[in-house]
Design a protein around this ligand. Structure first.
Ligand code: GDD
Length: 324
């Protein structure tokens, strides 16, 4: 039975990847930080099938002993401070976890189990003020936030361990990927939760920031498949993972409210509080390498994604109000 270690398993991607790997017959081990407010809600349905172990990317020793103990075949790194605007409030913490955390994990693998295959979650935020449209694996980075800067470090340290230490280390440059398990602070989930609340009479407006920002939004369930495929190849490489299509925040609002028979213009209020100091206006990727080398394609369209998220939020809110 192959063993996979997932850091950040309590998050959206960790939980989808755990589902995927369990279905493939893996033994799935998740590294979790001790915290008084940890949420395992995304793992509730598989809690008896996975193993959780306490460790922290801030603590080198804890990571080394976990790698020594489980000797994983594959390591997937999702642990990070992942909310972009927060990185302006906590730039040092973001750098420590999102950048140096990758180096600590790579060091642990090099010391304790160098044959393990490694996946690093890199981000399209590394392109930031994008030098070209669409972006590919060859596009130069121009990060615009402490988060983006930290991810650039994580990307390059992964490439360097591959080249210097001959490790099977891959960096997936993922564009925004969403799902019903998305955190409530990210714009897509904020919109679907807000629209569902308005539909049920629980709210009468939705306050957002910049509606003109454009992103390449895909479904997280499709994206974890690409990560796994990267680690099954003969040679490690870096891959842009995206749909190749772009929509604005306004388009997302329109799709979500339309689906509920509402006009978003009656409810969405633009609020300066949610604008960003250095906005990334347009991100859209070119998925050609992933298509050709991995045979990877998306299965869920933009409209299906919006509807899946709206349906989930309607259901959750209906259940919540019924139980109150
Ligand atoms: N969060 C949020 N809240 N974003 C808003 C709002 C709002 O009220 N109003 C407009 N936006 C705009 C933001 O300004 C941004 O341009 C866009 O919506 C998307 O914001 P997020 O959903 O917060 O995602 P992100 O693009 O900053 O980052 C996500 O994708 C990255 C990959 O490109 C995160 O998942 C990152 O961790 C990931 O690396």
């Amino acid at each position: 039975m192959p063993v996979a270690l997932i850091t950040g398993i309590t998050g959206q991607d960790g939980s989808y990847l755990a589902d995927f790997l369990l279905a493939k017959g893996y033994r799935v081990v998740g590294m979790v930080r001790r915290s008084s407010t940890l949420t395992f809600s995304r793992l509730a349905h598989i809690q008896d099938e996975i193993e959780l172990v306490q460790g922290d990317l801030h603590d080198q020793g804890s990571v080394v002993s976990i790698i020594e103990r489980y000797r994983p075949d594959e390591v997937y790194n999702f642990a990070a401070q992942s909310f972009v605007p927060m990185s302006w409030n906590q730039p040092v913490l973001t750098g420590d976890a999102t950048a140096l955390g990758v180096a600590r994990l790579l060091e642990a693998i090099r010391l304790a189990c160098p044959e393990a295959r490694f996946y690093q979650s890199s981000s399209s935020e590394m392109f930031g003020k994008a030098r070209e449209v669409p972006q590919s694996e060859e596009t130069p980075f121009y990060p615009r936030t402490p988060y983006g800067v930290a991810k650039v470090y994580g990307h390059w340290i992964t490439v360097n361990y591959r080249e210097k230490h001959d490790m099977f280390a891959c960096s997936g440059i993922l564009y925004n990927h969403e799902s019903p398990r998305r955190g409530l602070e990210f714009v897509t989930r904020k919109i679907t939760r807000g629209a569902a609340s308005i539909k049920l009479g629980l709210a009468d407006e939705l306050r957002l920031g910049n509606l003109e920002a454009r992103r390449d939004w895909g479904f997280a369930g499709d994206y974890v498949r690409a990560m796994w495929l990267m680690l099954q190849q003969d040679a490690p490489n870096d891959y842009v993972i995206c749909t190749g299509q772009t929509h604005s925040v306004r388009d997302f609002c329109q799709a979500a409210f339309d689906y509920l028979g509402l006009d978003y213009r009656d409810y969405v209020v633009q609020d300066q509080r949610f604008y960003r100091p250095a906005e990334v206006n347009l991100l859209v990727g070119d998925p050609q390498r992933a298509r050709e080398n991995l045979g990877w394609e998306t299965e869920v369209s933009f409209e299906e994604l919006v509807q899946m998220m709206v349906n989930n939020d309607l259901e959750l809110l209906e259940r919540k109000t019924a139980s109150e």
